[in-house]
Design a protein around this ligand. Structure first.
Ligand SMILES: [Cu+2]
Length: 483
């Protein structure tokens, strides 16, 4: 009975107008906003090893002043002083080391999101690298090609520190992916999408969260900015050939969800997006999509064929979840004809579907708000706030478990180490956004999402948490120990 009531409530909330598809609260910029589509899309620098051909990298986390809004300067805290940080472009099966040097005024902890890494290199929230010190991460990269990303993970301060700029893309390639006839080279483009608000002096605007000095209550839901940045540029424009492109979409926003569409849709009314990859690797087969919905930290690797549009067309990537400035993301201008020898094959990779019969253990994780009370507002998992000393689950290495996530709000649930496949959403088959291997799943208000999660590679202590960074900072996190 309880379960039926639960699903009934979820159904009611799915009625248009009754549900908020938005996860956060918008913070308005105090700076006049730039006109959209007036700055070019730029690519972050590619991370270079210390020695040509080597496998040792070093990034310096430091403040710098950069021009994001034309004519103003914004202080960012960036990897090598850049926002986004340098893009890693590395090969599966070839381990690397990344020395993180902290020249910021605060402690940091760096997490390679989606990485299958030993616990001591995973960026545990209390594994702090204090100012002036460094820490060398060893990444085995023993996992299939995928679009990963790296970002700060400091306990209680991940939201403000990522917001200031501590995030970058991490592209892992392998022979399977290379052998596919997908668009390559300058037509394989990472797009790191996030939102920010700017103060009158050009600095990033970020509120205090409940429990901190100068509380503004509602931002416990999550912070959304009114400026959409792609690769760090506000509503940029990209000139494209009338050919296929591969876009590695990452929602690097603290809280904002996106419902991405192309406007106009292709004149031949074909689905504009062909998804080829999910969070942590290729799909088994491509899927055609009219829209791409991304919660915080989710990725979608998609192919768009601008050959469907006449040369001269301006195609806008829009976000249907916002009627204001954040309803637009970037623009593509189909500038010229181009040769296109790429295609999307019917089969992409061997994807082993996990069957529920494989699960050796079932666990439930309920994500819910508590407070405001004597101890303030907290976001809790199974009624508990994060305690680094407590473990909530002990999966065995090499096994698969069935984990059920339920929620009272938008909670994009991220599991470290363990990759998963969505088994059921509200008792039914999962949706298009759930396809493939995942590390983050979009759990919406009063939904029940069941995932089959596999624990491979390493034993030790890891976390699962809500990837709405404000929720994460307000303790919506739990330990599990792989034993
Ligand atoms: Cu949450």
């Amino acid at each position: 009975m309880r379960r039926r009531a639960f699903l009934g409530l979820a159904g009611a909330l799915a009625i248009p107008g009754c549900t908020a598809e938005r996860a956060g609260v918008v913070l308005a910029s105090r700076l006049p906003l730039p006109r959209p589509f007036t700055v070019p899309l730029t690519m972050p620098a590619v991370a270079r090893p210390l020695v040509d051909g080597g496998t040792a990298y070093e990034l310096v986390q430091r403040p710098s002043r950069v021009e994001i809004i034309p004519g103003t300067r914004t202080e960012v805290w960036g990897y090598d002083g850049t926002f986004p940080g340098p893009t890693f472009d590395v090969r599966a099966g070839r381990p690397i080391t990344v020395s993180m040097v902290n020249e910021l005024p605060v402690p940091t902890s760096t997490h390679l999101h989606g990485g299958v890494n030993p616990p001591q290199f995973d960026g545990y929230p209390t594994h702090l690298v204090v100012p002036t010190r460094r820490f060398v991460h060893e990444y085995p990269l023993s996992q299939p090609a995928a679009t990963l990303w790296y970002h700060d993970h400091r306990m209680d301060f991940t939201g403000p520190q990522v917001y200031r700029g501590l995030a970058g893309m991490f592209i892992l390639r392998d022979d399977v992916d290379d052998a596919l006839p997908l668009p390559k080279g300058d037509k394989d483009i990472p797009l790191l999408i996030c939102d920010r608000a700017f103060d009158a002096d050009g600095s990033f605007l970020y509120p205090s969260l409940p429990g901190r000095p100068g509380v503004k209550g509602e931002y416990h839901q999550g912070v959304e900015g009114d400026v959409i940045l792609v690769n760090g540029a506000p509503w940029p424009e990209l000139e494209v050939d009338s050919t296929r492109y591969r876009f590695r979409l990452l929602n690097a926003s603290n809280a904002r969800r996106y419902d991405l569409r192309l406007d106009p849709a292709p004149p031949d009314s074909s689905a504009p997006f062909t998804q080829v990859g999910s969070d942590v690797g290729l799909l088994g087969a491509p899927q055609r999509l009219d829209r791409v919905v991304l919660a915080s930290a989710e990725r979608a690797d998609v192919v768009v064929d601008f050959g469907a549009y006449p040369v001269g067309t301006e195609v806008t990537l829009v976000n249907r979840l916002d009627a204001g400035p954040a309803g637009q993301v970037m623009r593509f201008r189909v500038a010229r004809r181009g040769n296109d020898d790429s295609r999307v094959p019917a089969k992409l990779a061997d994807l082993e579907p996990l069957a529920p019969g494989r699960a050796v253990h079932r666990r439930r994780f309920d994500f819910r708000l508590s407070g405001p009370g004597a101890h303030g507002t907290h976001w809790k998992i199974n009624g508990e706030t994060f305690d680094p000393a407590r473990t909530s689950a002990t999966p065995r290495l090499g096994t698969t478990e069935l984990w059920t996530f339920s929620s009272d709000f938008h909670h994009p649930v991220h599991v470290h180490l363990g990759h998963f496949q969505v088994y059921r959403r509200n008792g039914r088959a999962p949706g298009p956004a759930d396809a493939g291997w995942k590390d983050t799943v979009d759990v919406r208000p009063f939904e029940v999402v069941e995932v089959l999660v596999r624990f491979e590679g390493h034993r030790g202590r890891y976390v699962l948490h809500c990837h709405n960074l404000e929720h994460e900072d307000m303790a919506m996190m739990a330990n599990f120990d792989v034993v």
